[in-house]
Design a protein around this ligand. Structure first.
Ligand code: ADP
Ligand code: GLC
Length: 485
């Protein structure tokens, strides 16, 4: 019997992406399909999403979805069923999914994603004729209100469906003032400790976590970390109270998009048995960034430039990195002060450090294929995908020992090198001294080319495809559905 799941996400590859959530939401339907799950994704109708629909066909309409007109249109995403909430007042605007062109959060994000949640709740409960779902899977705060609506204001005659709430990043919670509550059109009982009320305001993620049948996050280590004050960002008590209902399922990578043997973006394709060919990609990358060749490793960074990602600490260690023979190619965007800091470092070290700001998917592939090592010095990292892409592409990950980074990279300590299982370099604590030590250690290992090759090969052979995690999600869905019956 096929299990029908509605996946509620605010972004999904290949239609709209601001970060790893899009990679995961885009890959999940194919990941769970071999395990008897038919997944339908529901997305907001941003301009890019609406444009991608070849023949938009409406299957449902709301005269007033929290005050504005909306329709539900059908499409396909990567061959899987797609529903799009076409609500121009909420989503048809220039800029990003969450921020304006100037980088400011849209002032009405609470209303936009409450409306998205309201619509997803109606769909999940069967309000759209001919479409029934056995379970709803919500991702992050933007989708969390779907679960609150299902619990406190289900559509008339709707079905009760079990739910999964996945936390991709506890740092973003969708927290708003109490004055927003009346406009959410929830019954008064939802204003409670186990409802949407949170520290005197409205908490979207909090409400979803309370209502979900099960909570997952994107790595086992992060699932443990969010039980503590350091990582729980205020929600650690709630997470602890949900006990066994919280688990970690590590993200996979979509090998159709991320395989060095087939990647159309690369100067030269290569595999674990043809690693020698990889150097052509390194030369191409150096030329592209205007970097000199050298004996030391070429580090790459592909990242949002934020405090979470430890980019402020990386800025401090760049002079040391160059001093010991390292070079850096960085692709990122985010915090303007950090962007300026990296540009200034590039000016100080021409030919050794080069920076590209903005977002460039194809370049990110070429950097994984041409860099020697990818730096991921995150203060916290629920899963992290760039280290997984690095493993697959022979770009050795140098990572902080936290969250999914701790779960997916095996540190090149002496024992791990001796038995041939090392896949990268890990360091504890995101500080100047730990990161500069890790960079020194990487430079030293790189000088021993046989050891370096063995680390690259071990990483490339590690299977981080979706097969295991796809089954883990499918098993969880089946368990929750059985519980309901
Ligand atoms: P997060 O979602 O926290 O930003 P992840 O490592 O899970 O971190 O995912 C980041 C995703 O975004 C990866 O697919 C990465 O390659 C991509 N990415 C980040 N910054 C850029 C950029 N400037 N250009 C292209 N891709 C980027
Ligand atoms: C979030 C996290 C990142 C994770 C991604 C996909 O953006 O910051 O660690 O890989 O979601 O789950």
């Amino acid at each position: 019997m096929t299990i029908k799941v509605l996946s509620v996400a605010s972004e999904a590859v290949p239609l709209v992406k601001t970060g790893g959530l899009a990679d995961v939401a885009g890959a999940l339907p194919s990941a769970v399909a071999p395990h008897g799950v038919e997944m339908t994704t529901i997305l907001p109708g941003y301009p890019a999403v609406m444009k991608a629909l070849s023949r938009p066909r409406a299957v449902h309409a709301w005269d007033s979805l929290l005050g504005d007109k909306a329709r539900l249109v059908v499409g396909k995403i990567d061959g899987h069923p797609l529903l799009v909430l076409d609500a121009p007042a909420y989503f048809q605007r220039d800029g990003g999914p969450y921020v304006s062109g100037a980088g400011q959060d849209w002032g009405d994000n609470w209303r936009r994603f409450a409306a998205f949640g309201r619509a997803a709740a109606d769909v999940a409960a069967g309000a759209v004729k001919g479409r029934n779902f056995d379970l709803v899977h919500a991702h992050d705060w933007q989708a969390a209100m779907a679960l609150a609506y299902l619990r406190f204001a289900p559509p008339e005659g709707g079905r009760r469906v079990p739910s999964v709430m996945t936390i991709h990043n506890m740092a973003f919670q969708g927290f708003y003032g109490a004055d927003k509550f009346p406009a959410l059109a929830l019954p008064q009982e939802a204003w409670s400790m186990d409802g949407v009320e949170y520290h005197g305001g409205v908490g979207f993620l909090k409400a979803g976590l309370e209502a979900a049948s099960a909570i997952t996050t994107v790595s086992p280590t992060y699932a443990r970390e969010i039980r503590t004050a350091e990582f729980g960002m205020g929600l650690e008590g709630l997470i602890l109270s949900r006990g066994e209902r919280v688990s970690g399922i590590v993200n996979g990578i979509d090998s159709a998009q991320w395989s060095p043997e087939t990647d159309p973006s690369l100067a030269t394709r290569f595999g674990v048995r043809t690693l020698a060919k990889r150097v052509a990609n390194k030369r191409a990358l150096e030329a592209d960034f205007g970097l000199e060749s050298g004996d030391g490793p070429l580090f790459v960074v592909i990242s949002r430039l934020t405090w979470q990602k430890g980019m402020d600490v990386l800025l401090e260690v760049l002079d040391h990195m160059v001093g010991i023979g390292g070079r850096l190619a960085l692709l990122g965007s985010g915090d303007k002060a950090m962007e300026n800091g990296f540009h200034a470092a590039a000016m100080r070290h021409p030919g050794k450090i080069a920076v590209r700001t903005g977002y460039d998917e194809a370049l990110s592939h070429r950097m994984q294929a041409g860099g020697d090592a990818i730096l991921v010095p995150s203060r916290f990292e629920p899963c992290g995908l760039t280290q997984l892409y690095g493993l697959a592409y022979g770009c050795v990950p140098v990572v902080a020992r936290t969250g999914g980074l701790a779960d997916t990279v095996i540190d090149a300590n002496l024992a791990a090198i001796m038995v041939g299982v090392a896949t990268g370099v890990q360091f504890g604590g995101v500080t100047y001294s730990s990161l500069s030590d890790a960079i020194s250690r990487t430079v030293a290992i790189y000088a021993q080319q046989d050891t370096w090759r063995a680390i690259q090969r071990a990483g490339m052979k590690t299977d981080f495809s979706w097969s295991r995690s796809g089954k883990a999600y499918a098993d969880l869905y089946a368990r929750l559905i059985a519980e309901e019956q």
